[in-house]
Every structure is written in C-alpha cells, then in structure tokens.
Write a protein that binds this ligand. Structure first.
Ligand SMILES: *[C@@H]1O[C@H](CO)[C@@H](O)[C@H](O)[C@H]1NC(C)=O
Ligand SMILES: *[C@@H]1O[C@H](CO)[C@@H](O)[C@H](O)[C@H]1NC(C)=O
Length: 340
C-alpha cells in the first residue's frame, strides 16, 4: 500500500508539471477553451468495424449531436439502455446487443458527448458531468418512453453518471443493472483510490495523446481477451489527438471542487429515499479497482428500497465483463430480466 501511495503522489506531481506543458502545447495546436469548433468523426472511420453493424441514430442534446444504437422492436415491452464508461463507446456492448434483441427487447446504446459517433467539441469546458448526466434522460425522452420500461445498464465511469441520472429517470425506470462500478459516496476502496490517483496522473500526463485503443484493450484483460480488431474499433472515433478532448478531461472532473461529487451524492440520497426498482449487481470478479465484495454492501445500503437485489460474480473477467466473458453477462442479465 505505501508503495502505491508513493506512486500515486509522484504521478500526481509529475502530472501537475506535465499539465503545465500540456496547456502550452494545447495552445500551440489550438486545442481547448475558447475553440468553438465541434469535430465530427467521418462515418468512414467506422466502416467495417468488427461486430459493429448497427445503423446509426442521432438526437440533439443542448446543441450537440449525440449518437445511439437503436435495435429491436419499437413497441417492445422492455427497453434496455446501455451506458458505457471511459475510454469506450457503444461498441463495448456489441456482443450483448443482438442477444438482448433476440430476447424480444429494444436496445439503446448511447455514445456520450466526445465519444463514439457523437460530436466532439474542441472546447473542453463543454464536457461537464451534468451534460453527460442529462443526456441519458434526454435519450429516453427522445425515443418517447414515458412508462417504466427501461432497464438501465451502467459500467465504469458511466456508472457514476448513470447513478447520478437516476432521479431524472423517475417514472421510466424498471430495473438497474450495475456492471463493474463506483459504489457509494466513497466511490472505491483504498486500493481503488490509489490506482485512481495514478490514473488521473496518467491522464494529466498524456492528455490528448492518450492511446484509447490500447488502453481499452489493457482495461479488458489484454490481447488474450480482446482482439486486435476490437482495439482498432476503440480507436476509430479519434482520427487524431484533437478529437480526444473528452479523454483528456473526463477522469479529472471527479473532484469536490467541480461540484461533481456533490451532484452524485445528492442523487444517491434521492435514490436511498425514492428508488424502488429491481437491481442486479454483476461484476467481473478479477477487477482490482472496482471490487464486488467492497461494492455490494454499499449498494445495498444506498439502494435500500430496491424491490429486489441480486449479486452475480462474473468469472474469468475483470473490469470489462462484457468484453471478457460476455456469455456470463448475457445469462445473468437475461435471467434477471425474465424473473423481474
Ligand atoms: C470530498 O469531500 C468529502 C466531504 O465532503 C470528503 O469525504 C471526500 O474525501 C472528498 N473527496 C475528494 C475527492 O476530495
Ligand atoms: C424523494 O422524492 C420526493 C418526490 O419527488 C422528493 O420531494 C424528495 O426530495 C426525494 N427525497 C430525497 C432524499 O431526495
């Protein structure tokens, strides 16, 4: 632990120095605040991606175009809304989508602003937590869902955004599925915090140079679990560094000063009093940072009024269970939806 603490501290300070260089470089290259350009990855960048044949759909959210996958029958009784983490996009759910459609569900998979096929503003100050949070309810409203038929699936950073969005989904939510996620007001255990600090430091250092494909592949267990085609696909939204604004700012938003943690904690308070949906907590069992044994009791406290509460450990999987052992995620999710 002390070694990790030291690593975290030194990465933080190196990170701060590099941050200064980054501001300078960014000015030279024209990245960052004041730049009103909104980048849009050319559709050609997504041609022929492995297992990602889904037709694109778009909606406007606060003047930006967001992309979502929309598969399965429009009138389905259940709508599964899939929320990705960082640095990912709807692609991470590509194996799950057809399986859920075969069960008769409609499936929506959102790309957050800055990710996947959604717009990528050059001005990094546009990437606020609240904008991400409100985009989930905006998608649900856009497809005109007004009754409790949504099964919300959240993962990684998307789990914090998704949990913060729960009050805004009141009246449309039926179930919540939590995949490797931040838990409760403290987010993670001690080891998790140390690794998180290291991660924040790395993001400060790398900024727009963050290697998105390799990072996702590493997150998901490395080359033995993730094909080269998938690694390429995770990189596809970012033809060059200028497109990676979201990657350079997202993990740094998580501090008290930005108000993000307060917004998140207020939502947890709301959920504690008001959330009465069915909940499944399914974690890849080998995740160092987001740990099921730590998270589950906390979820049970926070979501104390859940109608039902289940836990499933996904074997042979770490942080990205839907990449690493998707069949186990599929069966956990399908069992849960059939039962509830
Ligand atoms: C944020 O503030 C709370 C108390 O209000 C504190 O417990 C927590 O450690 C702080 N988190 C960070 C990341 O500074
Ligand atoms: C629970 O919901 C009610 C009605 O919407 C709201 O007034 C109340 O503030 C909520 N509770 C918390 C703790 O947020």
């Amino acid at each position: 632990m002390p070694i990790l603490g030291f690593m975290a501290l030194s990465t933080q300070s190196v990170g701060l120095i590099c941050q200064a260089f980054r501001w300078v470089c960014r000015c030279c290259r024209g990245y960052g605040q004041g730049d009103t350009e909104v980048l849009r990855t050319p559709e050609a960048a997504f041609q022929g991606l492995e297992d990602y044949p889904f037709a694109p759909h778009y909606f406007d959210h606060n003047g930006m175009r967001l992309h979502y996958v929309d598969e399965g029958p429009e009138g389905a009784a259940d709508v599964v809304v899939l929320i990705h983490g960082m640095p990912a996009y709807s692609f991470c759910y590509r194996k799950l989508i057809p399986v859920l459609v075969a069960e008769g569900h409609r499936v929506l998979a959102l790309d957050f602003l800055g990710c996947g096929k959604s717009d990528k503003p050059a001005d990094e100050s546009v990437f606020t937590f609240d904008r991400h949070v409100s985009s989930i309810a905006a998608l649900v409203a856009h497809v005109e869902i007004t009754t409790p038929k949504v099964t919300l699936v959240i993962h990684d950073w998307g789990s914090m955004i998704g949990q913060a969005a729960l009050p805004t989904l009141d009246g449309t939510l039926k179930r919540l599925v939590i995949l490797n996620a931040f838990a409760g007001p403290g987010l993670f255990n001690y080891l998790g915090w140390m690794l998180f600090k290291v991660w924040q430091g790395l993001v400060r250092v790398l900024g727009h140079a963050i290697p998105v494909g390799p990072l996702n592949a590493a997150d998901a267990g490395g080359p033995s679990k993730v094909s080269y085609g998938a690694e390429v696909a995770y990189d596809a939204p970012y033809p060059n560094g200028k497109y990676k604004g979201i990657m350079a700012v997202w993990p740094l938003l998580y501090n008290n000063k930005s108000g993000v943690l307060k917004q998140y904690r207020d939502a947890l308070e709301w959920s504690k009093a008001n959330l009465t949906v069915h909940i499944l907590v399914a974690f890849g069992d080998e995740d160092l940072i987001l740990n099921l044994d730590y998270a589950f009791p906390i979820f049970k406290q926070v979501y104390a009024r859940a109608q039902s509460f289940e836990r499933v450990a996904i074997p042979c999987a770490g942080h990205f269970p839907m990449e690493e052992n998707c069949p186990a995620v599929e069966s956990a999710l399908i069992d849960f939806m059939r039962k509830t």
